[in-house]
Design a protein around this ligand. Structure first.
Ligand SMILES: Cc1cc2nc3c(=O)[nH]c(=O)nc-3n(C[C@H](O)[C@H](O)[C@H](O)COP(=O)(O)O)c2cc1C
Length: 314
């Protein structure tokens, strides 16, 4: 998730039971023009594996050139302590700026182009190529099956389906049937990953039972709760799961923010970290006031003090 699934957060998710992560989306164009900030997005520290790098764009040649740079690690500022395990192609981002440029979810309108992008990327990398699609562009064109088949024909080895159209953005609820139909249509060697609104063990089990998908993808519910993966695994195996204590959540927020500051510098790190830490204190008594205080901190030390000095038992 752009703005959230950076390396520090992915490491926490792996510790919390995640089996596979995907980077924030990275512009293929920015990458080939050697944009410095883009290089930080592709940073992968020790332990950050298995992680795929997600690219967005709509020009097959540019996407292929960017995929080659990613798989060779051949761009300045790219620090790989771990290597990416796959290239994922974004065919789902609904953000106006992205879709109006023909990228992300706009690709849902052109399955032929989806095929051409996947096959161009596939030709330039030895890594598996996967895609992330939506149910369709709008209610009149729920063509996930057509797009998934085109991507599979182009060489995609997995298709993740966010079961909403671009028109629906993140509401209302998802249409699980579309995931089931994609699973039915694709050859068995192409994995189908179900995505949308999975927020606990029960919803994860329901996704698998109703769609027969091969894997599940968690987005928003992991924010502030990177232990959700173990919670879900416990639900599948019928084991108990003990939720994190408030103290552990606070310590986790401090750990995440410290790592973000270390990676991005104090100025940018603290600005970014305010929203990120807010997810960890969600539901805690006094969280609105803590958030206000965090918003006026400028240094990591202040940030840590606000979080550690609060009396959470009040
Ligand atoms: C803030 C935000 C950023 C996102 N960024 C990306 C992204 O970069 N790439 C992507 O494939 N999906 C992105 N998504 C979509 C999620 O991956 C996911 O498909 C969607 O949130 C539905 O799943 P969920 O209900 O588990 O969150 C983003 C979603 C949100 C809310």
């Amino acid at each position: 998730m752009a703005g959230f699934t950076d390396a520090p957060f992915r490491l926490m998710c792996f510790e919390g039971g995640c089996d596979y992560a995907i980077s924030e989306m990275i512009s293929s164009k920015a990458l080939i023009y050697k944009d410095k900030k883009t290089a930080t997005l592709a940073y992968m520290p020790k332990g950050d594996t298995p992680t795929a790098i997600q690219l967005f764009g709509h020009e097959p040649d540019t996407m292929a050139a960017a995929a080659k740079m990613i798989s060779d690690g051949s761009f300045e500022g790219c620090l790989y302590e771990e290597k990416p395990v796959a290239i994922d192609i974004n065919i789902g981002c609904p953000v106006k700026k992205i879709a109006l440029s023909g990228d992300g979810s706009a690709l849902m309108k052109d399955s032929r182009l989806c095929h051409d992008i996947v096959s161009a990327v596939k030709a330039k990398t030895d890594l598996p190529v996967t895609v992330k699609i939506r149910a369709g562009w709008d209610r009149h064109s729920k063509n996930a099956v057509e797009v998934a088949l085109a991507c599979a024909k182009g060489g995609a080895s997995a298709v993740a389906v966010h079961a909403r159209t671009r028109e629906e953005l993140y509401n209302p609820g998802i249409d699980m049937d579309i995931i089931a139909r994609v699973r039915d249509a694709l050859p068995s060697e192409v994995s189908v990953i179900g995505n949308g609104d999975i927020c606990d063990g029960r919803s994860a089990v329901e996704m698998v039972e109703r769609t027969a998908c091969d894997g599940i993808m968690i987005g928003r519910a992991a924010l502030g709760n990177p232990w959700i993966f173990n919670e879900i695994k416990a639900a599948f195996s019928g084991e108990d799961f003990t939720p994190m204590s408030t103290e552990n959540r606070i310590q986790a927020a401090i750990h995440l923010v410290s790592h973000i500051v270390e990676l991005k510098g104090e100025d940018r790190g603290i600005r970014e970290a305010r929203g990120r830490a807010a997810h960890f204190i969600r539901g805690i008594r006094g969280s609105a006031e803590i958030r206000d205080r965090l918003n006026s901190t400028l240094t990591l030390e202040d940030f840590k003090s606000v979080l550690s000095d609060w009396n959470y038992s009040e």
